[in-house]
Design a protein around this ligand. Structure first.
Ligand SMILES: C[S@@+](CC[C@H](N)C(=O)[O-])C[C@H]1O[C@@H](n2cnc3c(N)ncnc32)[C@H](O)[C@@H]1O
Length: 261
């Protein structure tokens, strides 16, 4: 593990996005403060969390099928089976995966993320996405940056306000990747159901967290200069949805996969 410091304490006095997300997914690694936020969020937030996770599964399987054997996943979250390495190594046993998150509770669970097939390898970096240099340096222990890497930031960018320059951060990461690498992004939508979006932002704000939902046009900016693969920038269930999603479930999550030229 490339964790820098001794395990930082887990603050159970205020909600954390990783634990609220775990509560939305029906996980057990959350506290009453997180459950309170999850309960106040619209039902669509739970649907969106499941759809985002399912998209991660499909996109990872597709990338492994395309021959990708290196994955860098930032904003990994509390382990939820199947985790990314299980999917990637199920298809490419030699796949190497680096996970990264800045939440102490994810660090505590990192061992569950570092179970690898003997042919492959997984590692965990405890770091903040706003420190790309730290993450890239640590990831180089496991990944070969001269070869294609699939970089994923799922459910993370909408936790960053514009003042953190999420566009610039994604660009810094992609600039470090070799041609033929891929970027996999998901982002909560502000323009699918505005009322639900505003309610979600408000509940996060009341919990002392930041939620910055964005429009499809704003989401598209993350992909400028990259070759977006089919089916394009769509709502989560529409991305290669070969198993029919329950039709009554609408999605407030935009997703996309793009190749670096
Ligand atoms: C909504 S969860 C998404 C988990 C997973 N990627 C998925 O899609 O199922 C967002 C994750 O991003 C992490 N996160 C939030 N801000 C971060 C930051 N500044 N740097 C690194 N990770 C961050 C949270 O701790 C949380 O685990």
């Amino acid at each position: 593990m490339t964790a820098q410091a001794p395990h930082p304490p887990i603050d159970t006095s205020r909600p954390h996005s990783a634990r609220v997300y775990d509560a939305l997914l029906g996980g057990k690694d959350n506290y009453p403060v997180d459950q309170q936020v999850a309960e106040l969020l619209p039902e669509d937030a739970k649907i969106g969390a499941r759809q985002q996770r399912a998209f991660m599964n499909r996109a990872t399987a597709w990338l492994a099928g395309e021959g990708l054997t290196q994955f860098l996943d930032i904003g990994t979250g509390i382990p939820t089976e199947p985790n990314l390495h299980r999917i990637a190594q199920g298809i490419r046993p030699s796949a190497r995966v680096v996970y990264c998150d800045n939440d102490p509770i994810v660090l505590r669970h990192a061992e569950a993320l570092m179970v690898s097939r003997p042919e492959g390898r997984t590692d965990y970096v405890h770091a903040d996405v706003r420190e790309p240099a730290v993450i890239l340096e640590a990831a180089r222990d496991t990944l070969d940056f001269d070869r294609p890497i699939a970089l994923s930031l799922l459910g993370l960018l909408h936790l960053l306000p514009d003042s953190d320059d999420p566009l610039g951060l994604v660009r810094t990461f992609t600039d470090a990747l070799a041609p033929g690498s891929y970027v996999v992004l998901s982002h909560g939508a502000s323009d699918v159901n505005e009322e639900i979006g505003q309610q979600s932002e408000e509940e996060y704000r009341k919990g002392g967290m930041h939620l910055a939902l964005r429009t499809r046009e704003e989401f598209a900016r993350f992909f400028e200069g990259l070759d977006v693969v089919a089916p394009g920038l769509v709502k989560a269930p529409e991305w290669y949805n070969d198993t029919a999603a329950p039709t009554q479930e609408h999605s407030g999550i935009y997703v996309g996969v793009a190749r670096l030229p």
